[in-house]
Design a protein around this ligand. Structure first.
Ligand code: SF4
Length: 287
């Protein structure tokens, strides 16, 4: 069992996790909202340390990262759990369950690093599939070893992480793809059960660090397809993060609890035309 980083002890064997902006207060024997950080007698445990739900060699474009070592591949891993509750989650089979709910493979840091070392077609290791923030300790230990090999670390994330852990991670991660799911806090609070402001802060911090950053916006008909709001998002990205920030506009297909028609191609084109006024690198995905 791996003790978690970023928490404080409270009275009556309770703890407060400080890894993400939920800052969950967790009673003895209970877990945080992400389902994978558990209070064992006043010690917070990172339950997914050394457990994976998937490991694949993926094209880097699948992350998606289009302007970071194009035409290469990267070993990609994920565990279970998430600190959001998106009703449209494309990976809900692993993101909306805990460690006891599906079969997971036990694997050590050394075993994964050996795989990375031996896979000559991989540029490094990507932390993806479910939200990597919540397997922070495992990701950090792996990322330090990947760095020692002179290879690349990639994090694909919702960006909902506190400033201190993100700052500690920045030294090791070379490229990020961050979901900016909408530009409206009502959407974030109602559909994802989180909040947009910390995500904007994460984006600014990553950009300031000089690490490679690409953003994904999943365009969901009727939920985040207001063109004025979309334009405000593009303007904000351009002003706060720079015109050279890559934006992926992705087409929605029904998933999990949200049965909605796929995003219309005409709407995708309109959004592309808006985005390209503010940003130099805009791509349409899932079309
Ligand atoms: S990482 Fe999990 S336990 Fe910690 S604050 Fe976030 S949701 Fe809560």
């Amino acid at each position: 069992m791996k003790e978690a980083k970023y928490y404080k002890k409270l009275s009556d064997n309770r703890v407060q996790c400080e890894l993400c902006p939920h800052n969950c207060i967790i009673e003895n024997g209970k877990r945080g909202l992400c389902r994978v950080r558990k209070n064992y007698n006043g010690i917070l445990i990172a339950e997914t340390y050394g457990l994976i739900s998937a490991i694949h060699l993926d094209p880097i474009e699948k992350k998606p990262l289009y302007r970071f070592y194009p035409d290469t591949k990267i070993i990609s891993i994920g565990t279970v759990g998430c600190n959001m509750r998106c009703e449209f989650c494309q990976n809900h089979e692993i993101s909306q369950v805990g460690v006891d709910e599906i079969g997971l493979k036990k694997v050590s840091v050394n075993e994964i690093i050996e795989m990375v070392k031996n896979e000559k077609n991989s540029i490094g290791l990507a932390y993806t599939y479910n939200e990597p923030t919540i397997y922070f300790e495992f990701m950090l230990d792996l990322a330090k070893e990947v760095k020692k090999l002179g290879l690349k670390n990639v994090m694909v994330s919702n960006g909902f992480i506190n400033k201190k852990p993100l700052s500690d991670l920045l030294e090791y991660i070379d490229a990020f793809n961050i979901d900016l799911k909408a530009f409206d806090n009502n959407f974030y609070s109602k559909i994802t059960k989180s909040n947009i402001e910390p995500i904007k802060e994460s984006l600014k911090l990553i950009k300031k660090s000089g690490k490679h950053l690409e953003i994904t916006n999943l365009l969901i008909p009727t939920l985040n397809d207001n063109l004025g709001e979309f334009e405000n998002m593009c303007k904000w990205i351009s002003e706060e993060l720079g015109r050279d920030t890559v934006l992926h506009i992705t087409r929605y297909f029904s998933n999990y609890k949200m049965i909605i028609e796929p995003t219309g191609i005409e709407l995708m084109r309109k959004c592309y035309d808006i985005a390209i006024k503010y940003l130099d690198f805009v791509y349409l995905g899932n079309v």
